[in-house]
Structures are given as structure tokens and as C-alpha cells.
Design a protein around this ligand. Structure first.
Ligand code: ADP
Ligand code: MG
Length: 290
């Protein structure tokens, strides 16, 4: 069902993993588009200074993004709400808070501001800044940089649900296990300090970029199951050229014409992402119902 604005606020979903190239940005973009196609009003917040999600939504980080279009005013304490930073995208029903390389300096600004003002909770600026947007949107999707930076901590603190894309290869698994430990430790200690902030509803691990021909990945998948168990969704996003070529033309599998020559590959990738959304949407509804 759709959100009842009188009863529930937007569900905030943060897509995170320490590692780069695991499909975070692609997952954030398809989640946004898939949920939008199901009738939800979506805000995407790009927190990665590289601005890949911004690019996917048709805005060029290097030339078209100003500080006021990003989360930067929240990080410097100049603004208390994200609302003035929101812009429309080519996709009707998805709005964007952009990112650009200028966001790199947020890593200095956040703790610096707290040195000057002890009451400034630099790990909560995004959580607080999203308050007004929570009434305006049904779902807010946050894409994060490939590190446990202050920005990533802010994105995790704002989340009602976390999605961790994880390709079943041993290197990805090693760094993701590290991410997981630091993530739970960080959240536990932050939540200890803010006991009323226990608002996590779900954590999903998504096997991404799965290469069917890769024999080694079967063993890694066993490790992943033993480490994350029920948190692993029973789906696999295949590694397909169509996902890669879509992003090369600044889109996702939802942007490709179903009548194109790659229609068969497209269908496999498209169906896998729809399966993912079939698992995430009820969890969003579960958050609203609470
Ligand atoms: P991250 O945000 O974690 O760095 P991206 O979503 O940017 O990862 O993906 C990294 C690269 O892998 C991009 O070039 C993207 O197009 C490609 N990619 C993402 N998902 C898939 C997939 N399922 N199959 C093949 N390539 C993919
Ligand atoms: Mg990315």
C-alpha cells in the first residue's frame, strides 16, 4: 500500500558498503526508479563526492552542481534543512540532492564545527536535516561513499533501513566483513548515546554482480551465508553487460527500451531488480505501519 502522510513519514534507506565498485550507486538508482514506478514519491540523496548517482540522474557534478545543491550547507551548519538543496530530475517523481567533489571538504567541516560548538552533533546533521523531507516524500534513498567517513556515519544515522550490496568474491567479502563490524560497532555506540534513536527496521545484504560462471564464488557465498545468514536476501543480481552499458549512458535498466536488441539480457537484469524491490517494498511498508 502507499504511505498515509497523516500516519507515517518517509522511509530512509541507506545503501552502504566500505568498498567501491560493489554496485551501491546502481542499486540506489534502480531502487529509486523501481519504487517510483510503483507510485512512491522518491528523494535520492547523493552523499558520495564522486557524484555518480547525481550523474545517473542527469546532472553533471563538475559543472552543474553548486554547494547549495548538496548536503554541504548542513555539514557547515549554515542550513538546518535539506529542503533548499532539492532539485527535480528528468524522472518525474524522483527529486535529487546532488553531490560533487566539493563535498570532500565536508570531512573536515563536520568535526571542525563541533570543536567550535560542542552542542553540534556532527554525526546527526543529515538525520536532522531530512526532517522536513520526511513529510514530503514516501521514500528517501541515500547513496554513500566507499568509506566509513563522517558522511557515511551521517547516512547510517539517518537510516531506517540499510542495504548492503556485496558481490560474492573473496576480496569483496573481506572488506565487507570489516564494514559490517565497524558499522554495528558505530551504530551500537551511537545508539547507546541516543537510546530513543533505535529506529532501524531492516538490514539487507544483496548479492550483486553475480557471475554465474565463477566457480570460486560458490565458496564465498557459503561464507557470506554463515556470516550474515538471514540478512542475505534470497536473490542474486546478475553481472550483466546491460547494467554496465546502461550506466555508461547515464541510466539504469529502467531507462532502456524493452524493444531494444538487448531485450533478453535486459529482461534478466530487470527481473532481478524487480525481485529486489519485491523484498524491499514490504519492509518499507512495515516501517510505515509501525
Ligand atoms: P559503487 O557505487 O559501489 O562504486 P557502481 O554501482 O558505481 O558501484 O558500479 C560500479 C561499476 O559496475 C559501474 O560501472 C556499473 O555500471 C557496473 N555495474 C553495476 N552493477 C552491475 C551489474 N549487475 N552487472 C555488471 N556491471 C555492473
Ligand atoms: Mg558509488
Amino acid at each position: 500500500y502507499l504511505r498515509d502522510p497523516a500516519l507515517a513519514t518517509a522511509a530512509v534507506i541507506t545503501v552502504a558498503n566500505f568498498k567501491g565498485g560493489v554496485s551501491k550507486t546502481t542499486t540506489a538508482a534502480v531502487l529509486a526508479q523501481g519504487l517510483s514506478l510503483r507510485g512512491h514519491k522518491v528523494l535520492v540523496v547523493d552523499c558520495d563526492p564522486q557524484g555518480s548517482l547525481t550523474t545517473l540522474f542527469g546532472v553533471l557534478p563538475a559543472s552543474e552542481v553548486e554547494e547549495e545543491d548538496t548536503i554541504m550547507p548542513l555539514c557547515t551548519g549554515e542550513a538546518e534543512s535539506i529542503m533548499p538543496s532539492i532539485q527535480k530530475t528528468y524522472w518525474d517523481g524522483i527529486d535529487l540532492v546532488a553531490a560533487a567533489p566539493l563535498l570532500f571538504s565536508a570531512e573536515f567541516m563536520l568535526p571542525l564545527k563541533q570543536v567550535k560548538d560542542r552542542s553540534f552533533a556532527f554525526w546527526r546533521v543529515l538525520d536532522n536535516g531530512l526532517d522536513e523531507a520526511r513529510d514530503e516524500y514516501d521514500v528517501i534513498i541515500i547513496d554513500t561513499p566507499p568509506s566509513l567517513s563522517y558522511i557515511t556515519i551521517n547516512a547510517l544515522m539517518a537510516a531506517n533501513g540499510v542495504v548492503m550490496p556485496l558481490p560474492p568474491s573473496s576480496l569483496d567479502f573481506a572488506s565487507s566483513a570489516q564494514f559490517w563490524n565497524l558499522f554495528t560497532e558505530t551504530c551500537n555506540s551511537l545508539f547507546d548515546r541516543n537510546p530513543d534513536n533505535k529506529k532501524f527496521h531492516f538490514i539487507d545484504v544483496v548479492l550483486s554482480r553475480v557471475d554465474r560462471g565463477d566457480v570460486a564464488s560458490a565458496a564465498v557465498r557459503e561464507w557470506i551465508m554463515s556470516a550474515y545468514g538471514p540478512k542475505v536476501l534470497p536473490i542474486e543480481i546478475p553481472k550483466t553487460s546491460i547494467a554496465a552499458s546502461a550506466s555508461a549512458t547515464f541510466g539504469t535498466v529502467y531507462d532502456i527500451d524493452p524493444a531494444s536488441v538487448q531485450a533478453k539480457t535486459l529482461k534478466r537484469a530487470h527481473d532481478a531488480y524487480e525481485d529486489l524491490i519485491n523484498f524491499i517494498e514490504p519492509q518499507i511498508e512495515g516501517f510505515w505501519a509501525d
